[in-house]
Design a protein around this ligand. Structure first.
Ligand SMILES: Cc1cc2nc3c(=O)[nH]c(=O)nc-3n(C[C@H](O)[C@H](O)[C@H](O)COP(=O)(O)O)c2cc1C
Length: 365
């Protein structure tokens, strides 16, 4: 039998296969009023379709732990009970299809307060605009020219955000999620702390590896403290800023640091790393070779000894199968290919000769 259709058990949770959907912002929640950040029919249809399509784990888009943590005003949030309640129908449906519902908890930091990608190519929304706000970050440096300069977080504010992550995790559990993924990648707040490009602090949250990783560890501890022992916590990491790896003279977050961090986060209770890359340096040159980010996932698996999911430009069943069968990753996460084909897992199962359960509606009497 193909390896990607073998179940994956982590703690007491069994995910029916290793074809998983990566978090993808939909920019489809309301930006104001009582239903701000609450899942809509679009989110239901989007997530439900991939569950009936056979993906074993469905991870929601980056879901904000606070209003300021949204990358756009149209993001999903889970900073209040109305939002949590809104997810319940979705998690129940995903489970009814045999899929595992996962939520990506996020804070966008200095990347926040931007337009939907299809409006002015995701241009910044100024703090003076009706839906805009001033973003926060480890240091008062804008992501790139033309973006709002963020406010530097105080130590008290940093502690408060870690608590927002744990409050969000508690609500997510209540809403029926079985996997929580902490978004530590793509230039979001946690990655902003990790990378010396965006973290210029001289206090306990900056400087050396210990200082720059402090916030990531505090968030993981805060989430682990409220997330049940028998359910897994995942962590998405950007394995590299692609600077030193490309002989760039600028000092960025490196793959070597990723190996060290993942090992240490494993001790704190992270069960699996979703290994992506990039995001904290706007002009970093990301080479998209045939294996793309898979070697970074493999490095975490081999050198940190932690389970990993590989992601990025995985489109073909044979390619996905080879990644897992060769032991380079424990699972694959698909993004855009699952947007193109919600039934990708079923098509892949057919191509690989695997047997996966069809929805009961399609069974013969
Ligand atoms: C429309 C879109 C929205 C995305 N939103 C998120 C997100 O909310 N959180 C995240 O970690 N990555 C996000 N990503 C990145 C994907 O999760 C994935 O890592 C990336 O698209 C590479 O995988 P792919 O080549 O299979 O698409 C997004 C990607 C796309 C295309």
């Amino acid at each position: 039998m193909s390896t990607i259709f073998r179940p994956y058990t982590v703690r007491s949770l069994t995910i029916p296969n290793r074809v998983w959907m990566a978090a993808m912002c939909q920019y489809s929640a309301l930006p104001e009023g009582e239903l701000t950040g609450v899942p809509t029919d679009w989110h239901f249809a989007h997530l439900a379709a991939r569950a009936t399509g056979g993906a074993g784990l469905i991870i929601t888009e980056a879901t904000a732990v606070s209003p300021e943590g949204r990358i756009s005003p149209y993001d999903l949030g889970i900073w209040n009970g109305t939002q949590a309640e809104g997810f319940r129908r979705i998690t129940a449906f995903l489970k009814s299809q045999g899929a595992v519902p996962g939520i990506q908890l996020a804070h966008a930091g200095r990347k926040a307060s931007t337009e939907r990608t299809w409006v002015d190519r995701g241009a910044p929304i100024s703090p003076e605009s009706p839906y805009g706000w001033t973003p926060v970050a480890p240091s008062a440096t804008a992501f790139k020219e033309g973006m709002t300069t963020p406010e530097e977080l105080t130590v008290e504010q940093i502690g408060a955000i870690a608590r927002e992550f744990s409050d969000a995790a508690r609500r997510a559990l209540d809403a029926g999620f079985e996997v929580v993924e902490v978004h530590g990648a793509h230039g979001y707040l946690i990655h902003q702390f990790l990378s010396p490009v965006s973290n210029r602090r001289t206090d306990a949250y900056g400087g050396d590896f210990e200082g720059r990783t402090r916030f990531a560890k505090e968030v993981v501890k805060a989430v682990r403290a409220v997330w049940p022992e028998d359910l897994p916590v995942f962590f998405r990491v950007s394995a590299t800023d692609w600077l030193q790896e490309n002989d760039d003279e600028r000092i960025g977050w490196t793959a070597q640091e990723t190996v060290r961090l993942t090992k240490e986060l494993g001790v704190l209770g992270v069960d699996l790393f979703d290994v992506s890359s990039g995001g904290s340096v706007p002009d970093a040159k990301i080479p998209a070779g045939p294996d793309y980010q898979v070697p970074y996932a493999q490095r975490v698996r081999d050198e940190a000894g932690m389970p990993v999911a590989a992601v990025g430009l995985i489109t073909e069943p044979d390619q996905a199968e080879a990644i897992v069968a060769s032991g380079r990753a424990d699972a694959v996460l698909l993004g855009r290919e699952l947007l193109r084909d919600p039934y990708w897992a079923r098509h892949a199962a057919k191509a690989l000769g695997a047997d996966i359960t069809a929805p009961v509606q399609y069974h013969r009497a």
